[in-house]
Write a protein that binds this ligand. Sequence first.
Ligand SMILES: [Zn+2]
Ligand SMILES: [Zn+2]
Ligand SMILES: [Zn+2]
Length: 340
Amino acid sequence: MQRFTCAVCASALFFENSRCLACGTQLGYHRGERIIAPLDDAGVYRDLQGQQLRRCTNLALSGCTWLVREDGDECFSCTLTRTRPEDHDTTGLAQFLDAERSKRHLIYELDVLGLPIEDRIQNPERGLAFDLLSSVEEKVVIGHQNGLITIDLAETVDSHREKMRAKLDEPYRTMLGHFRHETGHYFEGTLVFSDPEVTDRARSIFGDDRASYKDAIKRHYDEGAPEGWEKNHISMYATMHPYEDFAETFAHYLHICDTVDTALQYGLASGPGPNSTEDFAVVVRETWIPLSVALNQVNRSMGANDLYPFVLPPAVIAKLDFVHKLRVRVGEPADGTTTA
Ligand SMILES: [Zn+2]
Ligand SMILES: [Zn+2]
Ligand SMILES: [Zn+2]
């Protein structure tokens, strides 16, 4: 995440800020210019093209600060949400606000990495869309199908998520992590399965995705991960099926790129960043490992759990490099400030 400052008073800003806490200026996120822009008293920002922009209509509903052209419009991130809790579901709507915050963070990072998204208007069959569903009254299963991602909003509740994390014996479980994992399935569809040659290479690294998914789920929940899984997989869940291995790897690729980018921006790390055209092994070895070890130590100093409770064996680093090369191939070179 880039380092944002207030254009009026130069105070530090977080990506989510709708107002500068130091000087009171109203703020909005400009997706094209990738800045947090100051608004005038009428709530308007005039951009580099002279266009008048105002905040997304969902500011009160979901805390969205993204800028739009017309009063009452939804921004790009908000339009990707196909289903949200009903107006009377106050519990679901409070959870929806948290989930949308994570989703905007995801979309921001995909933009920075130059990973192209098609919505359901551009591609009605396979475009990206989200059903953010309240499980207050019905059971919701998190998952992805042909670009449509379903998220259980109860996962925004710390006690529920922690219970699930412990039950599934996972070292890490967050809402942003769910979004990253599920979009991994979407990008495997658009970047891997769209090209037979890339598909073959993916199969040689992650295994044959034509294996029965139904059998894989049954085996995973009956028997758990195979002995010695740590040598080839980032998580136990990744061992279930090649689809899940790719999605887990993709999520870790986004975790690492975003955290490295943030650390470089704040002067907490040195070495090659996400835009490096080197093998991702170099980014991992020179930037990520020293940084994540230091951050784990920092967390331990605060009595908290490790920030990155994972080990990256060579086979997993090779999988991360596969994702990196896919992305560098399609991605527009993003703003080069963090490239070493
Ligand atoms: Zn300010
Ligand atoms: Zn919005
Ligand atoms: Zn999955």
